[in-house]
Design a protein around this ligand. Structure first.
Ligand SMILES: Nc1ncnc2c1ncn2[C@@H]1O[C@H](COP(=O)(O)OP(=O)(O)OP(=O)(O)O)[C@@H](O)[C@H]1O
Ligand SMILES: [Mg+2]
Length: 507
């Protein structure tokens, strides 16, 4: 029987531990999924303002702290509160006057807890923040290794890391001190209570009653201690909750447009568009007006920082203009659902974005993931990427490393072009898409792109003017405004900014 009892107890212990863990892991998983789900719907401006390290640590460390403590807190709170109520009731039953001791001790306890709670909370928050800083330093130092090496940044990065690691320790120790103090104070107060009881009770009680009362009092200390200790976990987990829910509650990209367009003709109109980035001194686009006919090939040229990329960013609504409207086929882009809007564009961005995955998955990315191998190969051929892909150890199935580090700059750009070609969207946005290619490859890729641009609206940004000479219309941008427009011959005849730029490049 004894064995049976113990075995039951062992089994019950296992089940209770395991299920608590099960619940808490589920909570963590759901939290992470919700947080990441929201992350995917946040606007570009959020990512401009938030470092990747901070987001990473929210999703890894903070969620863990939050959910891990919450199940523990929930369980102990029930168990210990019940124990305390039981013990106090028993003591009241033994001698109610003696129980008044609590009237002395409890307010001190409450005052102390109240004083410590905000400190614990802020301490927990600091620990989490320092965790975010650590992830950020690691991420930057790892991804920027080549610059770290050539500019001798190793020591600097080491110092930077040592500083945040030290800060993390400092914050952890501060938390440990606060929680150590907690348990000390509870014990001191228990000592006071015990001494008062003994002082009052000697001679008034029978030995049995006295032992029972002291026994109950002693049994109270442990749960009270756990409860105050739990306050620490609770505050840390509340601080983590604040950090995680701050992200979950961040306003997503506003996607109120209900209109859906199947495949647009590709007419684009900018009406008095002004855009100023957050914290920028002056607008990046100023009262911009122009329109593009369906099928037209527009080239944007002009000085660095003139607002070319910004203009292109407005089309798929990466940013919102503060004033004016952007129209696509006569419909305000804000009236379209984001999904319907974005499926109209193929984009090769100025900084090539590749994922740590295979060549195949980088070309057939996102909505293109169901593309067949033949389609991917055709796109790769059109982008003049097929030759080098065949040379890779596993062909299309080769892994290309973080951000495509295992490829050359021009190869990366050609993969990005292949991806844009595969999407086959009605509007093509090319931001310095061939800047990393040699003249020979550029000519080939250009030929493929020219073919792609047939019957498609395209906006091409280029610094190398030779690549855009045959555009239908060239717009020269400076300081957020279009200062000249026309085809190559017209602009050369005008002898204005474009002519000057052109002559500089060819003489
Ligand atoms: N995300 C951003 N947040 C704040 N300011 C920005 C941001 N992106 C660009 N800017 C600023 O807006 C202005 C226009 O930048 P934009 O990238 O549009 O120039 P660009 O014409 O594409 O230049 P380049 O030819 O060098 O690519 C610049 O002054 C730049 O500093
Ligand atoms: Mg740019």
């Amino acid at each position: 029987m004894l064995f049976g009892l113990l075995a039951t107890r062992a089994l019950a212990g296992f089940v209770s531990n395991f299920t608590m863990r099960w619940v808490s892991r589920r909570v963590i998983e759901n939290l992470r999924r919700d947080t990441f789900g929201r992350l995917m719907r946040l606007p570009v401006s959020f990512f401009d303002a938030t470092s990747a390290g901070v987001v990473t640590s929210k999703l890894t460390y903070d969620t863990e702290q939050m959910a891990g403590a919450s199940t523990k807190v929930a369980m102990s709170a029930v168990r210990d509160v019940l124990t305390i109520i039981g013990m106090v009731a028993y003591m009241l039953y033994l001698d109610w006057r003696l129980t008044l001791i609590f009237a002395v001790v409890a307010p001190v306890m409450a005052w102390y807890l109240k004083k410590m709670t905000p400190k614990l909370r802020s301490s927990g928050k600091s620990v989490q923040q320092s965790m975010g800083e650590m992830t950020q330093v690691i991420e930057e130092a790892v991804s920027g290794q080549r610059m770290v090496k050539i500019f001798g940044g190793g020591d600097y990065e080491y110092q930077r890391f040592a500083k945040v690691a030290g800060k993390n320790r400092h914050m952890q120790i501060r938390l440990a001190r606060l929680s150590g103090m907690n348990s000390m104070v509870v014990e001191l107060l228990a000592g006071v209570a015990l001494a008062l009881v003994v002082y009052y009770a000697v001679g008034k009680f029978s030995a049995g009653e006295f032992a029972a009362f002291i026994g109950a009092l002693l049994m109270l200390i442990a749960p009270v201690k756990t409860l105050t200790g739990l306050n620490e976990e609770l505050q840390v987990s509340l601080a983590a909750a604040q950090s995680v829910f701050e992200l979950i509650d961040s306003a997503p990209e506003d996607d109120n447009g209900a209109k859906e367009l199947a495949r647009v003709q590709g007419e684009i109109t900018f009406e008095h568009v002004t855009l100023q980035y957050a914290n920028a001194k002056r607008p990046a686009l100023k009262d911009l007006n122009f329109s593009v006919q369906p099928g037209e090939k527009i080239a944007l040229v002009g000085r660095s920082g003139g607002g070319k990329t910004t203009l292109v960013n407005l089309l798929p609504r990466f940013y919102e203009a503060q004033q004016g409207r952007v129209l696509l086929d006569g419909v305000d882009v804000r009236d379209l659902s984001l999904k319907s809007l974005r499926q109209q564009f193929s984009l090769v961005s100025q900084d090539v974005i590749l994922f740590n995955d295979t060549v195949f998955n980088n070309i057939a990315y996102g909505v293109l993931r169901n593309a067949s191998e033949a389609e991917v190969i055709a796109a790769a051929k059109a982008a003049h990427a097929w030759d080098f892909i065949q040379q890779l150890p596993n062909g299309l199935m080769s892994e290309i490393g973080d951000r495509g580090v295992r490829l050359s700059g021009g190869q990366r750009q050609r993969l990005a072009i292949a991806r844009a070609i595969l999407k086959n969207a009605p509007i093509l946005l090319l931001d310095e898409a061939t800047s990393a290619l040699d003249t020979e490859s550029e000519r080939h890729v250009q030929a493929a792109l020219d073919e792609l641009m047939q019957n498609r609206t395209s906006i091409v940004i280029a610094h190398r003017l030779s690549t855009i000479e045959n555009a239908d219309r060239i717009l020269v941008m400076e300081q957020g405004q279009i200062i000249e427009g026309g085809n190559h011959e017209e602009l050369m005849a005008l002898e204005g900014h474009y002519a000057k730029l052109y002559k500089k490049q060819f003489h």
